[in-house]
Design a protein around this ligand. Structure first.
Ligand code: MG
Ligand code: ZN
Length: 228
């Protein structure tokens, strides 16, 4: 029983990888670079995106695919910025999954005007576990981790912290109110994913947000040479 369970899990991930490659080919054809944005619920992905996209990317036309179990609250917030936004819910038809997979993303592609987008940000469902296992056709993966979650998180969710090219430490404005030791966090992070890039930001005050905008723009331009 144990062995066949492992086998099924591997088949699911193999099937996902095949669809992710098809998504990737479609994105490449349309000249779209894709970032998979992941975090725990409440880390501030949407607010951070609102802030970055409101300040504007200089060279790059953004679009957003908003993943949530249910509802379109976050998509509506981003649509107010007058950029292409599509909502992808995992509740109807996908069993309320706690992550996005390549097939779900594929089902939503027709809702986005890819020819008008240079950088597509896919905001994943808030979850620190399975989003790390499912590629969706992205060029890069960014995870947001807030100081309110505690400085032990890289040790507790190593797969997620290993699966990303950038760790964004958000809510730095709360630092004096929470028990979060930034040096300890960075020490843990470096043990789990040596050398991974990180930045410290506050979506609330705007601190560090322009650096994230620069990173996203650079990503859209260098993505072609990233390891796929
Ligand atoms: Mg959100
Ligand atoms: Zn899941």
């Amino acid at each position: 029983v144990h062995r066949s369970t492992v086998r099924v899990a591997r088949d699911v991930l193999d099937a996902n990888a095949t669809i992710a490659r098809a998504n990737r080919a479609d994105f490449d054809r349309a000249g779209v670079r894709v970032v998979n944005l992941m975090s725990a619920p409440g880390a501030g992905k949407t607010m951070l995106l609102e802030r970055v996209l409101a300040e504007g990317l200089r060279e790059v036309r953004p679009g957003v695919l908003e993943g949530d179990v249910r509802g379109s609250y976050d998509a509506e917030r981003l649509a107010a910025l007058h950029l292409p936004v599509a909502q992808l819910n995992t509740d109807p038809g996908f069993g309320g999954e706690c992550h996005l997979d390549a097939n779900m993303v594929r089902s939503a592609l027709s809702a986005l005007p890819l020819e008008e987008i240079d950088l597509l940000v896919i905001e994943n469902v808030g979850n620190l576990v399975c989003p790390a296992e499912f590629r969706v056709g992205e060029d890069a993966r960014v995870m947001v981790s807030s100081v309110a979650e505690g400085d032990d998180k890289p040790l507790k969710y190593p797969l997620m912290f290993r699966a990303c090219e950038l760790v964004v430490i958000n809510k730095i404005d709360l630092l004096e109110h929470v028990d979060f030791d930034l040096d300890k966090y960075l020490y843990h992070l470096d043990r789990v994913h040596p050398g991974v890039e990180h930045m410290v930001v506050s979506a609330r005050t705007g601190e560090g947000v322009d650096a994230l905008g620069d990173w996203l723009e650079a990503c859209a331009q260098r993505a072609l040479v990233l390891d796929r």
